[in-house]
Design a protein around this ligand. Structure first.
Ligand code: 2HG
Ligand code: ZN
Length: 475
C-alpha cells in the first residue's frame, strides 16, 4: 500500500470498498456521530464509515493506516466521557460498527454468545433470553449502547455486584489491529492460560489499541424468582450495614444494591411523570435492593423480611416497601434508573463516576458532599449508584438560582475536590464510565510513573502511528 494516499484518494478507495452507502460525508449525515450525547464535545471528521463485516473493517483500517488518517471507533455513542467522538482536528474518520449487528452464535451448553460489536446490549439480552439464558449486563443506556462499546469501556452497571463488569463477562474477542490485521481470539474457554491475556488489553482501552469487532460472552442461568426492596435508612453507614446483612445471609441473592440520596429521589419524583416517593415519609438516605435466584421456589420474601426485621430492630432501616409484583418492582427500579434524567432536568450537574473500597462508601459520600458544599455554597450533592461495588456517582447539582453555565465553569474544581477525597480513601477517579477525553488530563496524576509508562509503551508497540482514537485515554 503506498504511503502517499491523500485524504481524497482515501475517500475514493473507501467508497469503492464499502459502496456509497458505507461512506457518509454530507454534513447532515455525519453530524450525529460528531457530538457526544452529554453535549460536552463537538468534533469534526472527514467521513463516517459503515463497514458491514470484519473484512471490511480490516480493509478500512489498512487504507486509513496507509493514509495516516486517524480512526474513531463508534458504537451507540453513549460514552459518558467523550470517548467515542472525534476531536476538533477534522482529519479523522469515524468508524461506526452499527451494521455489524449479528449474533453469530448462542450455545446453551457452553453458556456463551458470540455477538458482533454493533449488537445493542438490549438485543443481546433478548437473544439470550430466547435461548433460556441470561446476559446479565444491565444499565440505563442498554437500549442504545453496543457490545463493542461496553467491552471497550469495560462498562459496569446495576448487576456488577453479582455478575462482574463487562470484562468478567468476556471470554474471547475478535479485534482489528491498528495495521489492519485481524486477530481472531473468539475462544470460549473458561480456562486458557496461554501467555499474555491479550483479550483483556482491549477491554477498557476505548478503541485506542484496535477495534473490537466481535466478542464471545458468558451467559448465565436466568433468575426464576425476583424481588425488589426500597428502604429508607438512617444514614450512609446504615446503608452499608444492610448490604452486609444481606451478604451474610445470602450473598448470591444480591443482584443489585443501590444507594440514592433523598434529594435524588426528590428530583425523580419532581421531574419524572409517574415517579413518586414509595414510602409514607421522605428520608435523606435510601437503598434499592434487587434479590434474585435461579430457583423458582426461592423464598426471597422471607429473606427480605428476615434481614429487614433485624435491620429495623438495629435502627438501620426506617421504613421499607417490597415490590411484590413485576409492575411494582419495575416502578421501584424506575426511581433509580431515572436519576440521570431527573438531574438533567433539575439544572446543571457535574458527574463524578468514582469508586472506593466498599467499606469507605459512607465516608466518601459524607466527605465529598461536605467538601463540594464548602467549595460552592448551595451546591446540592446527589450521590447515587452502585454501593455494592463501591461505585458511587458522586454528582453535584447546581445551587438553586445559580446560572447553570457559571456552575459548569467550575466543573474541574468540583471534580478535583471530589477526587481529593477519593484519593485519600484509596479509590479511583474513574469507576465504570472510562477516561475518554474528559479524564485524560487526570491520568498523569493518578497513574503516572511505571503504570502510565507501560501503557504508553503498549500503545506505541501496537499503534506506532497513533491512528487509533487519538486524544482518548492517554494524555
Ligand atoms: C447510572 O448508573 C449511569 O445510571 C449514569 O452510570 C450515572 O448519570 C450518571 O452520573
Ligand atoms: Zn452507573
Amino acid at each position: 500500500m503506498p504511503d502517499t494516499l491523500t485524504p481524497d484518494g482515501l475517500l475514493a478507495e473507501l467508497a469503492t470498498l464499502l459502496g456509497p452507502a458505507g461512506v457518509l460525508t454530507a454534513a447532515e449525515d455525519i453530524a450525529p456521530a460528531l457530538a457526544d450525547w452529554r453535549g460536552l464535545y463537538q468534533g469534526k471528521a472527514m467521513a463516517v464509515l459503515r463497514p458491514a463485516n470484519t473484512q471490511e473493517v480490516s480493509a478500512c483500517v489498512t487504507l486509513c493506516a496507509a493514509a495516516g488518517i486517524p480512526i474513531v471507533p463508534q458504537g451507540g455513542n453513549t460514552s459518558m466521557v467523550g470517548g467515542a467522538t472525534p476531536t476538533e482536528d477534522g482529519n479523522a474518520v469515524v468508524l461506526s460498527l452499527a451494521r455489524m449487528n449479528r449474533i453469530r452464535a448462542i450455545d446453551p451448553v457452553d453458556m456463551t454468545m458470540t455477538a458482533e460489536a454493533g449488537v445493542i446490549v438490549k438485543a443481546a439480552q433478548d437473544a439470550a433470553a430466547d435461548a433460556n439464558c441470561l446476559f446479565p449486563l444491565s444499565f440505563g443506556g442498554e437500549g442504545t449502547a453496543t457490545i463493542g462499546g461496553v467491552l471497550s469501556t469495560n462498562a459496569g452497571g446495576n448487576t456488577t455486584v453479582r455478575y462482574g463488569n463487562a470484562r468478567e463477562l468476556m471470554l474471547g474477542l475478535e479485534v482489528v489491529l491498528p495495521d489492519g490485521k485481524v486477530w481472531n481470539g473468539l475462544r470460549r474457554l473458561r480456562k486458557d492460560n496461554t501467555g499474555y491475556a491479550l483479550r483483556h488489553l482491549f477491554v477498557g482501552a476505548e478503541g485506542t489499541l484496535g477495534i473490537v469487532t466481535a466478542a464471545t460472552l458468558r451467559l448465565f442461568a436466568p433468575p426464576r424468582a425476583n424481588e425488589v426492596l426500597f428502604c429508607s435508612v438512617r444514614d450512609e453507614d446504615a446503608a452499608l450495614a444492610v448490604f452486609r446483612r444481606f451478604r451474610a445471609v445470602d450473598e448470591t441473592a444480591i443482584r443489585a444494591f443501590e444507594y440514592m440520596s433523598g434529594l435524588g429521589v426528590d428530583f425523580a419524583a419532581k421531574h419524572i411523570p409517574g415517579v413518586t416517593w414509595p414510602l409514607a415519609e421522605r428520608a435523606d438516605h435510601t437503598i434499592l435492593v434487587d434479590l434474585a435466584s435461579t430457583r423458582a421456589d426461592a423464598d426471597l420474601q422471607s429473606l427480605a423480611e428476615q434481614v429487614l426485621g433485624d435491620a429495623m430492630e438495629a435502627g438501620e432501616v426506617i421504613d421499607a416497601v417490597v415490590g411484590g409484583s413485576e409492575a411494582r418492582r419495575q416502578a421501584l427500579w424506575r426511581i433509580r434508573e431515572e436519576h440521570p434524567e431527573a438531574q438533567r432536568k433539575e439544572g446543571a450537574s457535574v458527574k463524578n463516576d468514582v469508586s472506593v473500597p466498599v467499606s469507605k462508601v459512607p465516608e466518601l459520600i459524607r466527605r465529598a458532599s461536605a467538601a463540594c458544599v464548602a467549595l460552592i455554597p448551595g451546591t446540592r450533592p446527589v450521590p447515587f449508584g452502585h454501593m455494592g461495588d463501591g461505585n458511587i456517582h458522586m454528582n453535584l447539582e447546581q445551587p438553586e438560582g445559580m446560572d447553570g453555565d457559571a456552575f459548569l465553569a467550575r466543573s474541574h474544581d468540583i471534580m478535583d475536590t471530589v477526587n481529593e477525597v477519593v484519593r485519600e480513601l484509596d479509590g479511583s477517579f474513574s469507576a465504570e464510565h472510562g477516561i475518554g477525553r474528559l479524564k485524560t488530563d487526570m491520568m498523569e496524576a493518578w497513574r503516572g510513573g511505571a503504570e502510565l509508562d507501560a501503557m504508553q509503551r503498549i500503545k506505541a508497540a501496537l499503534d506506532p502511528r497513533g491512528i487509533m482514537n487519538p486524544g482518548k485515554v492517554l494524555p
